[in-house]
Every structure is written in structure tokens, then in C-alpha cells.
Write a protein that binds this ligand. Structure first.
Ligand code: HEM
Length: 486
């Protein structure tokens, strides 16, 4: 494709001056059924795999339809990059996603648009900046050590470790710790209420965003009532955290200058007389962070463990790096160590390429525009693939192989060859994930702890691991046994 034709051109004024050589109807796409189109293929927990398979069949831009409404799927990295960068003006988040998330009280900056988005983005960025993550770092190390002690005790006693469950609990401890300033110790609480409520919300989010029909708006099943109850309980818990934090900030004025967590930073920002943040914005963004920070990070680590267990040479290379950086220390307890894990970062990049936790971002056009020479009318749904060309043989030779070495270079590659420009695991443009720095820090602390103390043994009898979309995509299991290193 000629890169000059990829930039989306907007026709906000409807002047009819857009230049294009085709319409959506001219794009290739899978055959659908009369009237409903591809609807039946666009539902369920394997939707991302269907779309990925179609990318292989129909190429970098194709269309599907549901009840006559077209949707465009884009994976060409230059087009994806442009579309993500044209926000919030030219594209917004998909309307359906926004409605479903807001119904479950998970809105905040993720579903906000225009000026409202700008305002909330400032609030959230202030709460997740490098200084806040650094101030929280000792607590993250403490929580990771608590996980280590639990795993060691279990392994010594010959008890099985449920890695899937434990990684979620640890990610929840860390995100609630940084977002709310509270230690819920979900790692050692096998019946954490907050964990259950969040699992409930994810289940509904996953079901409703891939449902054939929005039945819950007409009648509610017991699972929908349970989700409403969970949403109300999470909101109540967050209100309580906010109240406690406000009191602590009043009593310990020095915290205002050096906020130790996201909530403190957001409350300090919201109390600035020049800001006009509301309590509701504080609450919804605190909830969003907990929801956004749990499954994303724990699924990413779970995929890394599965892939490392299947690739012993990569696991050995990572263990060698971790040993060299940690020396005699049991954990990566010094902030400076975070810059010393190039192989661990490569393992993460390679895992996101093969097993992205957020493989598609749903957008909608705000005005008539042209994308890759195709006329896209206002309000068209456009899905961008965050894995871009990650499975394209021409971009990543032998794309099915797990090879972290692809991401290690003596000299930074030229712009066009730079693999980091070919994938978008954290999205892009002005809406780039504000939690990525926190997530990458957490991934380094947790995975280095794991490799420092344990060998990963793949359970040979376990059934194949499936990719399950529960809003974010995670493995159906982590069939890996931990064995204490000598
Ligand atoms: C490995 C972990 C993570 C991955 C792969 C991930 C991925 C993503 C992606 C793909 C987006 C959409 C970006 C876009 O539209 O361009 C996003 C947005 C977002 N993420 Fe993350 N995320 C991760 C961790 C986190 C964490 C730990 C937090 C919170 C503490 C977080 C909070 C958010 C928020 C608030 C947004 C919305 C930003 C906006 O609309 O302006 N994420 N993330």
C-alpha cells in the first residue's frame, strides 16, 4: 500500500471532497448469512481468534457485517498507527463498549470522549506517573515477597500451586495497593470478596461485549443481578477508600507533596482550586484502574510463564539474566534494577506478539473519512489489531516460534525494521495505556522473583492451553509446576 494514502482524511464539514478509490462494499471479507450477515461468527469467547484467522485470509483491511451494518478490521501497522493517533478527534471508542462498561460502573477515562476525556486523562496520568510508581515500588516488592513465601511453603510441603489463581490475586493486591493505598492481601485470602466481585464484573463484561442480543436491557438473569450487586459493592468499597485517604491526607500533610499511591495523587489533584474534578470522576477512575490493572497484568505474566515453560532455552537465558542482576538478593528490590532486564523485556514483547491480552481495540468514526483509500462513513465501527503484523512472515520470520532474541539488538534498528513499531500491545497515540509503566515494573519484579527461585516444569498430562477472551484474553490454565532451584 502507498503510505501516503493511509492517513485517514476527515470530512467533518461533509464537503464531499474526500478522495477514495473504493467503498467498504469493495473490501474483501468472509461470506455471511442472509439478513444477519456475519453476526453468528462475531460472538463468543473465541472472537479474537476468528478475526485473527480472517486477517490471514483477507489481508490488512477487510469488512464484516451484522444486520447490514458494516465493520472494518484493520491490521496494517501504518494504518493502525494513524487511526490510533487520530483520537480523540477523528475516532472514538465503540459505542456498544462504552454503554456496556458504563452499565457496570466501569467507565472513567476509558469511555470518556472529547474535553471530558482530556480532563480525566490528566487526572489518571497524574495518578500513574513514574514518581507515584517509584514511591509505591517498596510495597510492590513486599507484596511479591509475600507471594514468594506462599509458593515456597507450598512447594516444600509438596502441595500444588495454582498459578492462575495466585497471579490474579497478586495483581489485585498490587493494583489495589497503588490505586487505593490499601493492602487487601488477596494472595493469602482464598475467599477475597473484592476478587469475587471483580471476577463477576469481568464475566459480565466479556459476555455482554460479545453477546448476540442485549437481553439484560429488557430482563435480567440471576448473573446480571449478581453483576449489579458486585458493581455496587465495588463502588461502595472505593468510596470508603477515598474517605479514608482524604482523612489521612488531612492528618499527614507531607503526603500531599509526595503521594505514595494513585488515589492520594488524584485526590491532591482534585483538591487544587483550579481543577474541577468531581467525586464521581475520582470514583469511576479508581474503579477503572483496579479493573484495568488486574487481568491485563496477570494474564500477561501467565502467558509468559506458559511460553517460557515450553521453551527451556529461553527460560535458561532469562534465569541467567535474573541471577546476574539480583546477585545475592532474593528479589529485584532496587529501583535501578528495573533498567537491567533487556531479556525479560524481550520475553514480554514476544509473549504479547504471540498472545496479546488486548488483541483488538474497537473504534468508531466521528465523521466521514478515508482510510487506506476506502471511504468510511461517519459512525462506522473500525476494529484495529494491536498485534499489527505480528504474525506476518515478512515482518517476523517463522512467526509461530517464541524467540525473545528478535527483540535484542546491538544497535537500534532502522525505523521500518524496528519491531516495537510493528505492534501496539498498549494501544497508541494520545490514548496509549497510562498503566503501562506500572504494568512493566510489576512484570519485571514478579517474573524475576519466579525465575530466581523456581524452575518451570510443564505438566505433560495437562490438556492444551486455550486462549479465552474474558474481555481481556488469557490462558485457560497455567499447567506449570514450580520446582525450587538448587
Ligand atoms: C500488560 C498490561 C496492560 C496492557 C496490555 C494494557 C493494554 C491497554 C490497551 C490496549 C489500552 C487501549 C489503548 C488505546 O486505546 O490506544 C489500554 C488503555 C487503558 N489502560 Fe491499560 N493495559 C495494561 C495495564 C494497565 C494497568 C496496570 C492500568 C491501570 C493501572 C491500565 C489502565 C488503562 C486505562 C485507564 C486505559 C484507558 C486510557 C484512555 O482511554 O485514555 N492498564 N490498556
Amino acid at each position: 500500500m502507498d503510505s501516503n494514502t493511509l492517513v485517514p482524511e476527515l470530512d467533518a464539514e461533509n464537503t464531499g471532497e474526500l478522495k477514495y478509490s473504493r467503498t467498504i462494499a469493495d473490501l474483501p471479507g468472509p461470506k455471511g448469512q442472509p439478513f444477519i450477515g456475519n453476526l453468528m461468527q462475531l460472538t463468543g469467547r473465541q472472537l479474537h481468534l476468528t478475526l485473527t484467522q480472517w486477517i490471514g485470509e483477507f489481508g490488512p483491511i477487510f469488512r464484516v457485517t451484522a444486520f447490514g451494518s458494516p465493520m472494518v478490521i484493520v491490521s496494517d501497522r501504518t494504518v493502525v498507527n494513524h487511526l490510533l493517533r487520530e483520537r480523540p478527534e477523528a475516532f472514538r471508542r465503540s459505542r456498544n463498549l462504552k454503554a456496556v462498561m458504563n452499565e457496570l460502573k466501569i467507565g472513567g477515562v476509558f469511555t470518556a470522549e472529547s474535553e471530558d476525556w482530556r480532563k480525566q486523562r490528566k487526572l489518571v496520568m497524574g495518578g500513574l506517573n513514574a514518581e507515584v510508581v517509584r514511591n509505591f515500588f517498596p510495597t510492590m516488592v513486599f507484596m511479591t515477597d509475600r507471594m514468594l513465601q506462599r509458593w515456597k511453603t507450598a512447594v516444600v510441603a509438596g502441595k500444588p500451586v495454582n498459578l492462575r489463581r495466585d497471579l490474579k490475586a497478586l495483581a489485585l493486591d498490587i493494583i489495589v495497593g497503588i490505586a487505593m493505598g490499601h493492602d487487601i492481601d488477596a494472595v493469602n485470602d482464598d475467599d477475597s470478596r473484592l476478587q469475587r466481585n471483580i471476577d463477576n464484573l469481568f464475566q459480565r463484561l466479556g459476555n455482554r461485549t460479545t453477546a448476540l442480543f442485549d437481553y439484560w436491557r429488557y430482563f435480567k438473569l440471576p448473573v446480571d443481578h449478581a453483576a449489579d450487586k458486585s458493581a455496587a459493592e465495588v463502588e461502595q468499597a472505593v468510596e470508603e477508600f477515598i474517605k479514608n485517604t482524604r482523612e489521612r491526607l488531612k492528618q499527614e500533610a507531607h503526603l500531599q507533596r509526595k503521594p505514595a499511591n494513585m488515589l492520594e495523587a488524584m485526590i491532591v489533584a482534585s483538591e487544587n482550586p483550579e481543577s474541577d474534578f468531581t467525586d464521581q470522576e475520582l470514583i469511576s477512575n479508581a474503579i477503572l484502574s483496579v479493573i484495568g490493572g488486574e487481568d491485563t497484568t496477570s494474564n500477561s505474566i501467565a502467558w509468559m510463564i506458559n511460553l517460557l515453560a515450553q521453551n527451556p532455552a529461553a527460560a535458561a537465558a532469562l534465569t541467567a539474566e535474573v541471577d546476574a542482576v539480583l546477585g545475592d538478593a532474593p528479589l529485584a528490590h532496587e529501583w535501578e534494577m528495573m533498567k537491567q532486564f533487556p531479556y525479560l523485556e524481550a520475553v514480554h514483547n514476544e509473549s504479547q506478539r504471540l498472545r496479546s491480552v488486548a488483541p483488538f481495540i474497537g473504534l468508531a468514526s466521528n465523521a466521514d473519512c478515508v482510510v487506506a483509500e476506502t471511504f468510511i462513513p461517519k459512525d462506522t465501527a473500525v476494529f484495529v489489531a494491536t498485534t499489527g503484523e505480528g504474525l506476518d512472515e515478512a515482518q517476523f520470520p517463522n512467526p509461530e516460534l517464541f524467540q525473545p532474541e528478535r527483540w535484542i539488538f546491538e544497535q537500534k534498528p532502522q525505523r521500518d525494521d524496528d519491531p516495537t513499531r510493528k505492534l501496539f500491545p498498549f494501544g497508541g497515540g494520545a490514548r496509549l495505556c497510562p498503566g503501562r509503566f506500572l504494568a512493566l515494573t510489576e512484570i519485571k519484579v514478579v517474573v524475576s522473583m519466579l525465575m530466581r527461585h523456581f524452575e518451570l516444569e510443564l505438566d505433560p498430562k495437562a490438556p492444551p492451553v486455550e486462549q479465552v477472551m474474558n474481555f481481556f484474553v488469557g490462558p485457560s490454565a497455567v499447567p506449570v509446576r514450580l520446582k525450587l532451584r538448587a
